[in-house]
Design a protein around this ligand. Sequence first.
Ligand code: AMP
Ligand code: MG
Length: 401
Amino acid sequence: MLSVEEARQQMLATIPVLPSEKRALLSCVGYVLAEALHATENIPPFDNSAMDGYAVRAADVKGASEENPAVLSVVETIAAGYAPTKQVARGQAARIMTGAMMPEGADAVVMQEVTQQAAGEVMIFESVDETDNVRFTGESVKQGEQVMGKGKHLRPPEISMLASLNRAEVAVHRKPTVAIVSTGDELTPLGEPLEPGKIRDSNRYGLYAQVQEAGGIPIDIGIAPDDEAETERIFRAALAESDALITSGGVSVGEHDVVKSVLNKLGKINFWRVAMKPGKPQAYGIADGKPIFGLPGNPVSSLVVFELFVRPALLKMAGHTVLLRPTFKATLAESVTNRDGRVNYMRAILTEAHGQYTAETTGPQGSGILHSLVLANGLITIPAGVTLAAGETVFASFLAE
Ligand code: AMP
Ligand code: MG
């Protein structure tokens, strides 16, 4: 059996990164940059004041104090958005607002709070050094400089930076469209009455939400019955209109588990028994260059396998380089036992106090008990075949908030 890390590494090595597209800046948050970005302009584009105050020659206010203020004549007021019309000569100052262009002759700004203006003159009660409170041309970004490399995840600060570089459009990696199919004759869509022996199809909805949360574009295909020909038709049509396919159910050894033989017809698929609980039986492969994930039918298994395998794969397709959620250590609040020969991803409530995390499991952990995930905000990994006492340490990671 493969370990989670081995299986994930093998899988990720085969995942394609999607090509780029041009997008309008306002729809780029969450995307990954597909071009290196060079500044075509300086930021700021001109020397300007970092304060409301007076643009002066530092030499003119040397030694100024409360008792012995420097007195300068005020030549004009420069507001943000306007260019100065006068030079500042010896003995002169210009009233200046934050972000306004520095006048020629001045080399520093005295903040308004240490001044007093009256009748065309200003008294200055503190000295400044040259360059004090001045923001210089290009001090944030120099023209020609590379500001962001390919692969940069575009968050709000990057969007703001792109705007300040006058980029109304940028090249980003496409986000994957992901077709989702549930399989099983027992599944009933929402809104229809439950006949004897039937259950609600919950996986399709959970997977849809997980694809959204991972930044993919879900396509709801519906339910495939436990019939080989019909399942094949549905899977092929789903794959034709998407970048990746996720199926749930039908990958274990049951008599009506037709998904395996259908996936075998679609492409090169590995049927993996990954050493993890929940979620041992699962399938992964590529057909027509598109990843196919055959997830287990049990609701908790489906959600956890998505989290550990499909989520990083979708992130890679979208151009991300950080694919896994951070893991950290947490202290067990209770004793836990894993009798299984596989790592158990237990669902847990992680709480933080003074920089230390504590983990408490969410009650019954059966792979059909969705509540174990509804109550949880994270997963903890319990190694194969161990009992850990309260106070011992485990690795933990958060699930989607
Ligand atoms: P299977 O892998 O198809 O044998 O399914 C394993 C278990 O998960 C069975 O109890 C199924 O009824 C259940 N199951 C399969 N698909 C779904 C689904 N889409 N929603 C809820 N439960 C499911
Ligand atoms: Mg089934």
